[in-house]
Design a protein around this ligand. Structure first.
Ligand SMILES: Cc1cc2nc3c(=O)[nH]c(=O)nc-3n(C[C@H](O)[C@H](O)[C@H](O)COP(=O)(O)OP(=O)(O)OC[C@H]3O[C@@H](n4cnc5c(N)ncnc54)[C@H](O)[C@@H]3O)c2cc1C
Length: 473
């Protein structure tokens, strides 16, 4: 079988001749059969698609693996042929790192096994599991591990970068609950990384992203969570209202977490018609416990007067009921961190945020805010490669364009709004659309980056795993 594309979908940067490519991929054709997709195969384009749209990146093949041995086989082909390698799980990378132009995509999505060990309080998930599926499986036992706010995000990509979500202020980041992992290394070895085995790799995996190998299994701490009180709240965006809501979230008990968007109201039927097209504050919040324990904090959040209130007592997995937004948009995002400890921006900052989203001409524009603190701040900063534990807020200025023509205006808006709002200089890899050397430096303090490089030299000295916020050896 000839494995090179024949229909114009071939890579924009052909690295091997068609014959050399056929011979490079032959072991994978033998091992995976029709689970090795080439550009001429039915379903190739759908399988290649990632959440974020963007300039074409055309892989030469997608390997849909089912076992750790198959992962090792794909890694060996990339290592031995020099084909660029992209590893993807949920495909939600803001920087579209799940696509390798002219290279191989290692697609983990068929490795979706989940085992909930309620007695040990540990969830075992294969490397392609999504947040919603895991949360449903754990929720059936009244248990949970905290991820983000969207069920279709891959837990491996999320956990390796951080994982800020509904339970972070009570339980820490997702990576704080990563007890161990099985990893296929660049040289083909399969190792366990945890506090006792390969502790340097275990440290680097937690915050250093996909730089060190392919994670085929995660072991995650489970906590009891029979019920939560959560859902959507929305307010008309006035500076005083926004500042009050932010102060309430900053001072809330650690059981409360979530995210808030300052945005222009879309024409949704659940919002008053007179607000459509006007500035809106929309929050998705979750209190880890029954409504009876959450009355005071929700009373404070409701005090400025909501225009939508969907908060109710629900099983935790229902927080992911919507699945997630549609993909395919061209996004630009600049994440940063603001303040320290228990702190919230004042009314002047709130007014600037509202003005920024109101003045965006390119299309949807959002200032996304996530309260930090609580258990995130309680973890020793040296225990993982994630920085920024002291910050009061993670703030991402982001926007969307529906096609490439809108991207320059979008970029200009994101840069100018994030500068105005002081959101620059400290980055979160999971929300970065850009992945320059400077972006990587923004994500890690100097000493952390130096230590990550040391681990990289030990486990991936040739930088085989480079389709990520790359820590160079
Ligand atoms: C709609 C949406 C909502 C989001 N919400 C949140 C949120 O609430 N909180 C938050 O913290 N983040 C959130 N994110 C960001 C998300 O955590 C990152 O985009 C993350 O990288 C997605 O992981 P993935 O597996 O889906 O993506 P992929 O694109 O599949 O993977 C991203 C990168 O992770 C690495 N990787 C993935 N799988 C493996 C593996 N098995 N082994 C080794 N490396 C691997 C690779 O470097 C890969 O390029 C959100 C993103 C989107 C698009």
């Amino acid at each position: 079988m000839s494995t090179h594309g024949s229909n114009g979908t071939t890579s924009t940067t052909a690295l091997l001749s068609p014959e050399a490519l056929d011979s490079a991929l032959a072991p994978l054709v033998a091992a995976l059969g029709d689970r090795l997709l080439i550009p001429s195969a039915a379903g190739f384009a759908e399988t290649a698609a990632v959440f974020m749209g963007g300039p074409e990146r055309a892989p030469v093949a997608i390997a849909r693996v089912r076992t750790t041995d198959e992962v090792a086989a794909v890694v060996a082909v990339a290592r031995d042929t020099g084909l660029p390698l992209a590893v993807r799980s949920g495909g939600h990378s803001f920087a579209r790192h799940g696509l390798a132009d002219g290279g191989l995509v290692l697609d983990m999505r068929l490795m979706d096994g989940i085992e909930i060990d309620a007695d040990a309080g540990v969830g075992h998930a294969q490397g392609g599991v999504l947040a919603g599926a895991y949360s449903t499986a754990a929720g059936e036992r009244g248990l949970a591990t905290g991820f983000g706010d969207t069920g279709t995000v891959g837990i491996t990509g999320l956990a390796l970068g951080g994982g800020i979500g509904y339970l972070s202020r009570r339980d820490g980041l997702t990576l704080d609950n990563l007890l161990g992992a099985e990893v296929v290394l660049a040289d083909g070895r399969v190792v366990q990384a945890n506090a006792d085995e390969h502790p340097d790799l275990y440290w680097a995996l937690r915050g250093g992203g996909g730089n060190f190998g392919v994670v085929t299994r995660l072991d995650l701490r489970l906590r009891e969570l029979p019920v939560v009180t959560g859902g959507m709240l929305a307010w008309a965006a006035e500076p005083g209202t926004l500042a009050t809501v932010l102060a309430t979230l900053a001072e809330a008990p650690a059981e409360l977490a979530g995210m808030l968007n300052v945005m222009v109201a879309p024409p949704l039927p659940m919002l008053p018609a007179e607000l459509h097209g006007k500035p809106l504050v929309m929050a998705l919040v979750c209190f880890a416990g029954p409504a009876s324990g959450a009355e005071a904090v929700f009373a404070a959040l409701r005090a400025p007067g909501t225009v939508f209130d969907g908060v109710r007592e629900i099983p935790y997995p229902e927080m992911f009921a919507g699945g997630g937004p549609d993909g395919g948009v061209f996004a630009e995002a600049r994440p940063g961190f603001l303040g320290e400890g228990v702190w919230a921006p004042d009314e002047a900052w709130a007014a600037a945020a509202i003005e920024a989203v109101s003045g965006a001409s390119h299309g949807p524009a959002v200032v996304n805010m996530r309260p930090m603190g609580g258990a995130i701040a309680g973890v020793d900063g040296a225990s993982s490669a994630f920085a920024h534990r002291d910050a009061a807020w993670m703030v991402t200025v982001q926007g969307m364009a529906m096609g490439p023509d809108g991207v320059p205006a979008l970029r200009e808006w994101v840069t100018s709004a994030s500068d105005t709002l002081g959101v620059a200089g400290r980055g979160y890899v999971n929300f970065m659309t850009n992945a320059t050397e400077q972006d990587v430096r923004n994500a890690y303090p100097e000493a952390t980056l130096a230590r990550l490089r040391e681990v990289k030299r030990a486990y991936d000295p040739t930088n085989l795993f480079a389709s990520n916020h790359n820590v160079t050896p």
